[in-house]
Design a protein around this ligand. Sequence first.
Ligand SMILES: [Zn+2]
Length: 429
Amino acid sequence: MYWNKDHECIEKDTLKKLQLARLKQTLAWASRSPFYRDKGIGDLSIQDLSDIRKLPVTTKQDLRDAYPYGMISTSLDEVVRLHSSSGTTGIPTVVYHSFGDIDRWTELVTRCLYMMGMRKNHVFQNMIGYGLFTGGLGLHYGAERLGCLTIPSGPGNTKRQLKFMKDFKTTAIHVIPSYALHLADSLQSQGIDPRKEFPDLKYAILGAEPHSEETRGKVEDFFGIQAFNSYGLSEMNGPGVAFECPQKCGMHIWEDAFFVEIVDPDTLEPLPYGARGELLITTLCREAMPIIRYRTKDLTSVMPETCACGRTHMRIERITGRSDDMMILKGVNIFPMQIEAVLIGIPGVGRNYQIILEQKGHNDHMIVRAEIDPALNVDAYKGLERLRSRIVRELRDEILITPDVDLCEPGSIPVAEGKAIRVIDNRTL
Ligand SMILES: [Zn+2]
C-alpha cells in the first residue's frame, strides 16, 4: 500500500516536530545564500511553526533578480543539476539541486507513483518534455527507482507514441491533459478502440497544466483507465509536490518536504482550512536552493483530515486556476478552466479550444474558438448552429458574459507540445 509507510502515515504531532526541525535547518541553509542573507534570514529566531509568518515571502521576480547564482546556499561544487522554468520572455527562473536534493526529490516522486498503483513490473511511458523542464526527468527518476521499465518517449510524435504503447505493452503514461485528448482524437479519427488496442494500459498521470474534472473524466472513459492528478512546479523541484491517491479526493502534499500555507493573494493574510486562496510553499529539505514562503500564484484550499487511504499528509484541492491566469472581462473574474469545463461537457464539441480576448471600442470582448468533435457529421448545418447556440448559452450561464463562439474543424487549433496556450489576449492594456 505504501512506498514509505513511516513517512506517509507519520503521526501528525511527529510530523509537526519534524517540520519545525527541518524549517530551522532550512533557514540555516538559506542564510548562506546571498539572496536570503541580504534579507536577514539568519537573524530571525523560529520557536514554533507559526513563526514562519515572520519570514518574508519569495516571488518569481525575486528568483529572476537573483539570476544566475544569487539563491544558491551551498558551494557550486555541491550542485549537480539545474532546471529552468518555461518562461517565454525575459530572465528565466533557475532552480539548483545537490545530489542529496535529487535523491530526496526522487523519493517523493516514487511515493506518488506507488500510491497510484504503479509497481516494478509495470511499463511507464513518459510523454512529457525532458530537458530544462522538470516533468520529464522528475517522473523518470521516480519510475526507475520504483523499478519500472521507463520509456523516455518525450512529447509529440503521436504515431510513434501509439506504436510504443501497443508494442511495449505500456501500463502507465505521463501526459499533459491537452495531449491526452489529442491522442484520443487521433485514435478516434483512425477508428481505433483504445481498450482493445492497449489492453495493458491502466493509468495516466495528468500533469503540467491545470485541467478540469470533466477532462479527467473524458480521458478515463475514452481509454478505460484511471487518471491521476499531479501537482508540481519547478521552483519546488517539479512533479512530486502533491499527487492523488486512489481515493481521488484531493492531492496529498508531502508535508515532510514542503510547508504549506494558504493566504489571501491580495493581503497575504493566512486563511482558515477549507478557504480557497494562494498556495505558499516553503521547502523543508532542499539544501542547494531552499525557498521560503514561495508565492506559487496557484489557487487552492487544503483538507487537513487524515485520508481514507491512511496517509496523514494534508490534501490540496485540484488547482482551479492561477491568480495570474485569471481574466478580468467587463469586471468579471473568469478562469480558463471554467470555459473548459463547459465545453467538454457538451456532446459534439471537440477537445481543443482557445479563448481570444479583444477590445471592441471601449468594451472587452471574448471569442471562444472550439473544435468540433471529429465524429460529428459536419454536413448538418442546422445541427452546428444549434450546437453553437448551446455553447453560447452554457458559457453565459457559467461566466456571466456572452462570448462569440466560433466552431472550427477538428485539428485546426494548433496543439502545443508543452502547455497548451489557451488564452490569447489582444487587448491593449
Ligand atoms: Zn489518500
